[in-house]
Structures are given as C-alpha cells and as structure tokens.
Write a protein that binds this ligand. Sequence first.
Ligand code: SAM
Ligand code: SF4
Length: 332
Amino acid sequence: MLPLPLADRYGRVATDLRVSLTDRCNLRCSYCMPPEGLDWLPTDQVLTDDEVVRLVDIGVSRLGVEEVRFTGGEPLVRRGLMDIVRRVHEAHPDLEQSITTNALGLARTAHALKEAGLTRVNASLDTIRRDTFAQITLRDRLDDVIAGLAAARDAGLGPVKVNAVLLRGHNEDQAAELLAWALGEGYELRFIEQMPLDAQHGWSRERMVTAEETLALLERSFTLTAAEEPRGSAPAELFTVDGGPGTVGIIASVTRPFCGACDRVRLTADGQVRTCLFAREESDLRASLRGGASDEEIAERWRTAMWGKAAGHGIDDPSFLQPDRPMSAIGG
Ligand code: SAM
Ligand code: SF4
C-alpha cells in the first residue's frame, strides 16, 4: 500500500510529524509559561501510549510521515516515553525519531533512549550563566541541563542541536558567549526569534530580538558566512563561523517566515491535529480513535485537516490573533 500523503491546497506536503506527549513541564521559561504553571490537561484527555503509537503508525504507514519528533511540554516527564520510542522503532526501524527537550533528566536516560531507537536530540538552552538560567526558567538547574546535553552527545544522539531564545534585558548580550561554548562542546546552536506563543501574552514585536540583531551581536565576536547549501524546508539559515567547520543557525520565524516551505504537522497531547503552531482550528483524532474508527478513517480525517492548512502564520496581518493554546500545550 502506497501512502497517500498529507498535502495541502498550496502544494506543500507534510512529512515531519511533531507529537506532544504532555503539556506539563518542570521549567518555567518566561517566554513560554507563567511562574505558577498552567491548568494541565486532565489525564483522561491525554492520549495513552497505545494511542500515540497507533497514530504515529498511521502517519508513517498511510500518510508518508518520514520523521517524528516528540515534544511537549517536556517529553522527558512523560513516563511512557521510552516505551513509545521502543514500540515505534520496532514497527518502523528506519524512521528518524527525535525529541525536543529541556534536557533535565537526560543524563540518566540518554543511553536507554538511544537503545530504544531514538536517533537525535534537540535541546533548549538560552544561557550558560547560572543566574541568568534561573532568571529565565525560574529553576536553578543549569548543571543538570549541561550534563544532559553531554550525555546525549556521548550516547550517540547527535548531532545535538541546541535551541536558544534571546530575551531583551536577560541574555541577548550573552549570544556570542553561548555560541563559543556550543562550538567547543560540538553542539549545533540555533537562535530562534521569540514568537507570540506564551501563555501570558507578553510578547511584543518591539522587544523581540530579531534575527538581524542576533547576527549583528554575533558578528562583534565572529566572522559569519552564509552557508551555501540550500535551506530547503529547514527553518534555520545556516552560517559558518570563522571559516568553519562550526556553524550557527538563525530561525527567523517572525521576520523571515518560511511557511511556504513548511513540511510539518502537529499532534497535541490530547490528540488534536494542528496544521501550524498558529492554527486557530484543530481536528479531533482522539474522538475518532476512541469512537472505534479504522486506521484508514483516521488517516482520511487527518488528510482533510491538512488540506485546510493556511498559507502562512499571519503574525504580520493586522487581524492576527494569538492561538488559544500556548506553545507548551501545542508542542513546540
Ligand atoms: N520543553 C521542551 C524544550 O524546551 O525544548 C520542548 C517544548 S518547548 C515548547 C520547544 C521549543 O520551543 C524550545 O526550544 C523553546 O525554547 C521554544 N519556545 C517556547 N516558547 C517559545 C516562544 N514564545 N518563542 C519561540 N520559541 C519558543
Ligand atoms: Fe518547559 Fe520547554 Fe516551555 Fe521551557 S520552553 S517552559 S522547558 S515547555
């Protein structure tokens, strides 16, 4: 059976599936979550491990999904993560499976995750200064994150990509320091523009550190050269640092959107298809799963949802409305 892909009316095809395994998290990054946390999804609404494995299987077998990334919230706080990875790997040994994580607890689990079939880790780290880390995340856990990243690298879960968000007045003056550290450790650092996806609705375009500003900050310390390889659907624009081989990526989600080449589709922890981080509509696959739908019926519902994907995120439209769910509940 040949998969019938997840196409949309603008000619894009989604092959990169992001699955949120939980909306809960053990950090409180200010650009993502309020200090007191959020009203977490009730357990009975969250997809079970069996349901996650089944949806991933439908995605790969029937819809042409080529890559799965588990995210959240924090995927490492999901008890079933290891089992889900193992079962998906057993069913689809060639599938690339990665996680996006804050790396807390990764020092303990990296080797086992590799053995279960995980291919790669994307981790998030905005500073290597302990006080700044605690200011941004409200937790004094920098050492655990650094140990987690090293464990992922040593377990063969590389190349480890590190995502950083620059926040004016907190860490934008540390961009070059973070890059020097990442290059020394062998991690691929990418700076992501802050997006209007925080639960507190505190984002403002005026305060956002733009990609252009990030490049200018880095160029005070390094010579950056635009990498020649085509960007394709990868959101990061790559630059070689001081002649290479080290690189740095810039993800200008807001100021230079890459929606025209987007190949992503998302599943929330409660089983809703989201065609975009900024989508205002969702399609309920959990109801189909629990209502006894067949794999093909679920696949068809998923295809229909995808056909309605918007052309772009529209942050620049005067009518732009931030989605109801924050990043942690969508799956970043
Ligand atoms: N907890 C995991 C982590 O932090 O990597 C996975 C979920 S987190 C929502 C995924 C990514 O989204 C992280 O790299 C984080 O820095 C990024 N992120 C969260 N809120 C953001 C925002 N408002 N703008 C840009 N990136 C954001
Ligand atoms: Fe948690 Fe990731 Fe959000 Fe930070 S960015 S609060 S680590 S979900």
